[in-house]
Design a protein around this ligand. Structure first.
Ligand SMILES: C[S@@+](CC[C@H](N)C(=O)[O-])C[C@H]1O[C@@H](n2cnc3c(N)ncnc32)[C@H](O)[C@@H]1O
Length: 173
C-alpha cells in the first residue's frame, strides 16, 4: 500500500485515511459535508488531503493527479440524473491510472433499495454500473463477494491465501 494514491469519495469519519495513510498511502478524501472536513483535519493524518467537493461536478477546476484506487462505496446515490452520474463516472475514468481500480461495494450500490417501500426503479444494479462504465472504457469485475472493481483491464484479485493472511494480521493487531 506504501506509495499508492487513493481517492476516497465520501470520507465519513476518515477512518479509511487513518488506516491506509498509516501504511504509507497518500489519500485525497472528498465530502460535501464541511463538518467531515473539519473532523478529518482535526485527526492530523499525514499524507491526507481533505477537500470539500461534489463528485457530480467532475474535476470542478481542481488539480487531482492520478490514482491507483478510487473508493466510492455508493457511487450512484444522491445522483439527481444520468447526466450528473456520467459526469462523475467520466471524472473517475480521467483520474484513474491506466492500471488503477475504482472499487465499489455491492451494499452501497444497492443502498437506495434498502428502505421500506423503496421502488425498484430507484435501484442501481451492478449491470447498470457495467453498462455505464463501458461508455468511459471501463469494465466491472467482482473481486470478492462484496467488492466490484471498475478498471481498464483485468483487476488484480486477492488470492484466497492473501485474504486469509490479511485477516490473521488484522486479528494480531
Ligand atoms: C453514508 S456516508 C459514507 C461514508 C463513507 N464512504 C463510509 O463508508 O464510511 C456518505 C458520504 O458521502 C458523501 N457524499 C454524499 N454526496 C456526495 C457527493 N455528491 N459528492 C461527494 N461526496 C458525497 C457525504 O458527504 C458523506 O461523506
Amino acid at each position: 500500500m506504501s506509495g499508492a494514491r487513493i481517492l476516497h469519495v465520501g470520507v465519513g469519519n476518515s477512518l479509511l485515511a487513518r488506516r491506509f495513510c498509516a501504511r504509507g498511502a497518500e489519500v485525497v478524501g472528498t465530502t460535501i459535508a464541511p463538518e467531515e472536513v473539519a473532523h478529518g483535519r482535526a485527526m492530523g493524518i499525514t499524507r491526507y488531503d481533505l477537500r470539500l467537493h461534489n463528485k457530480y461536478r467532475g474535476h470542478d477546476g481542481q488539480a487531482w493527479g492520478h490514482f491507483d484506487f478510487i473508493v466510492d462505496n455508493n457511487p450512484s446515490s444522491f445522483a439527481c440524473c444520468l447526466d450528473h452520474y456520467m459526469t462523475m463516472l467520466k471524472f473517475y475514468s480521467d483520474v484513474l491510472k491506466p492500471d488503477g481500480q475504482f472499487l465499489v461495494d455491492r451494499v452501497g450500490l444497492g443502498w437506495a433499495l434498502s428502505a421500506d417501500g423503496a421502488l425498484a426503479r430507484w435501484g442501481f444494479s451492478s449491470e447498470d454500473l457495467a453498462s455505464t462504465a463501458a461508455l468511459v472504457d471501463l469494465r466491472v469485475e467482482p473481486v470478492t463477494a462484496d467488492i466490484l472493481a471498475v478498471s481498464r483491464g483485468e483487476p488484480v484479485r486477492p488470492s484466497a491465501i492473501r485474504r486469509t493472511a490479511w485477516r490473521i494480521i488484522e486479528r494480531l493487531k
